[in-house]
Design a protein around this ligand. Structure first.
Ligand code: FMN
Length: 180
């Protein structure tokens, strides 16, 4: 079956992360992103891809800092709150009744209910198509110990993944395959 090329993402599952940032005035902001990717081991770099109109991009442009909150399936029902376009200066973290926790090295807060956190400093940005690539160096990474043993324990962490629109994927398992 042939698809419209713009529907390519309907074929790919992608982990949903929630990016928390902070405004000049010190108000936190959070938004879900499923366009995201590891970029480099050394230095460790992750990229997120944002619509240039998002408050997330506005805040990162201003102070270069963001937290990648890695989340479980219990965040599924919160997507509709976290993705809402609240006026600039309204914190989606508070609107979703989530808990802010101070980060270790940067000003934007973490979301306590996530199962892992990557504290990032933007090192590069570029417009690509209708999104902005935002590359951040990971300066602090932390995971809840109960969901980690050599790798993330997917059966416990139950990461929320996105397919398209209101379609998500939840049950994932860890398998081992030999490598060259
Ligand atoms: C599951 C999910 C994944 C999303 N992924 C992205 C994404 O990768 N990039 C993007 O620009 N917007 C994405 N969005 C939309 C933004 O989260 C949404 O527009 C949000 O209001 C932006 O918030 P902000 O203006 O506070 O930054 C996604 C929304 C959902 C629910």
């Amino acid at each position: 079956m042939r698809l419209k090329p713009k529907d390519f993402m309907k074929l790919l599952i992608r982990p949903v992360i929630v990016v928390s940032t902070i405004s000049k005035e010190g108000v936190s902001n959070a938004a879900p992103f499923s366009f995201n990717s590891p970029v480099s081991f050394s230095p460790p770099i992750i990229a997120i891809f944002s619509n240039p109109k998002h408050d997330t991009w506005r805040n990162i442009k201003e102070n270069k800092e963001f937290v990648v909150n890695i989340i479980g399936e219990e965040f599924g029902p919160l997507m509709k709150i976290l993705e809402k376009d609240y006026p600039y200066g309204v914190s989606e973290i508070k609107e979703a009744n989530l808990t802010e926790e101070p980060s270790r090295k940067i000003r934007p807060p973490r979301i306590k209910e996530a199962f892992a956190w990557l504290e990032c400093k933007m090192i590069h940005s570029a417009v690509l198509g209708d999104h902005v690539l935002i590359a951040g160096e990971i300066i602090e990474a932390e995971v809840k110990s109960e969901v980690f043993d050599k790798v993330v324990l997917l059966e416990k962490a139950k990461p929320l993944c996105h397919i398209s629109g209101e379609y998500f994927s939840t049950p994932l398992t860890v398998s081992k395959f030999e490598r060259a």
